[in-house]
Design a protein around this ligand. Sequence first.
Ligand code: ATP
Ligand code: MG
Length: 277
Amino acid sequence: MTRPGEEEVVANLAGQAGGADGISIEKVGHAFPTKDGGSILVLGDVSFSVPNGQFLAVVGASGCGKTTILNMAAGLVRPVSGRVRVGGKDVVKPLRDTGYMFARDGLLPWRSALKNVEVGLEHRGVPKAERRERALKMLDIVGLSGFGDSYPAQLSQGMRQRVAIARTLAINPATLLMDEPFAALDAQTKLALQAEFLKIWEKDRQTVMFVTHDLAEAVSMADRVIVLTSRPGRIHAEFEIDLPRPRDPAEIRFDEGYLRQLDQVWHALKEAEERAG
Ligand SMILES: Nc1ncnc2c1ncn2[C@@H]1O[C@H](COP(=O)(O)OP(=O)(O)OP(=O)(O)O)[C@@H](O)[C@H]1O
Ligand SMILES: [Mg+2]
């Protein structure tokens, strides 16, 4: 048995006192340096949290800082001001149980699908036999059993993105950061992957921060949607999506409640962009 370190005890206490689990973005401001020696203000005083097990979608105009927020939660960018915590702890480096997924599948072309799914497990020192077993199981879950030996170039874009989902989930993440993960897919494949991902998520309920430009995707998948203003990104509006689960993004498209919430989010985004001029 290991004794918890002081840091862990403090983090646990903070968690109990303030509900600091999940993802917590606290008064975060950020600017990047520009080539002419100036700086560009990207985020202005943004605060929100994603409780454990919630699926949050973030929408907002291009350049308003969505990817920057994800990068902060991933430990890849440190905020100029404010605080970013995941699981109650300040994020100062990438965390082992955080998965990050992008529109680009990012598969290694010289590795088979199975070996691609194993990448994160290798980094974490998981023994070979266990790695193989977990990777095979994940490929099966995303509907790719039998394709383990195929190389990325031999797979369709939808299949490659399925491999990327399997790779992200193989590390058994408590937190999932997703940056337009289905943006590069055709409409039909996109709906299929949204549905498959939701099915998996509705069982495991990881804490999710999901960035998208597709409002239908945001409303059909998430528990809550945050609308950011144009740069510098601030919170413009927030919506609880109280549609029942399990949900199927293809089926829900004609649901009245869904259409009403989609309309609200659409108007909020339009207003946020108009206000920015
Ligand atoms: N490393 C960097 N150095 C300098 N500027 C950056 C850097 N990363 C992002 N930016 C700038 O910060 C702003 C926000 O970028 P970010 O990628 O977070 O936007 P976004 O909301 O994800 O946009 P999109 O919807 O187009 O993906 C942009 O103006 C971008 O040019
Ligand atoms: Mg982005």
